[in-house]
Design a protein around this ligand. Structure first.
Ligand SMILES: [Zn+2]
Length: 97
């Protein structure tokens, strides 16, 4: 699909796709399809966290949810402070100030 990004995760090709809606989820990691789906419409900080979170699932499939969440939060907060922003996602207040 147009706008998909192809990334390499532990030497496998994965697709990152931004979609309008994922129900209650902000991100989904589909291992058989090697596709990460990220819901649009969330604040950019949350979107960055979702991207890191789903990449961690893809890379470390057997890592439990708590470890993935805590690690994703740490990495995404550090990336955010360094100025990294996701390609999509709503602008947050911090972006505008
Ligand atoms: Zn998860």
């Amino acid at each position: 699909m147009k706008g998909d990004r192809i990334v390499r995760i532990r030497n496998q090709r994965w697709r990152i796709r931004f979609v309008p809606n994922l129900g209650d989820c902000e991100g989904v990691c589909d291992k058989p399809a090697r596709t990460i789906r990220i819901a649009l419409g969330y604040p950019a900080e949350q979107t960055l966290d979702s991207v890191v979170h789903e990449i961690l699932h893809a890379a470390l499939w057997d890592l439990d949810e708590e470890a993935v969440s805590e690690t994703a939060n740490s990495i995404s907060q550090a990336l955010w402070k360094l100025g990294y922003r996701p390609p999509r996602g709503r602008q947050s207040h911090q972006d505008r100030s």
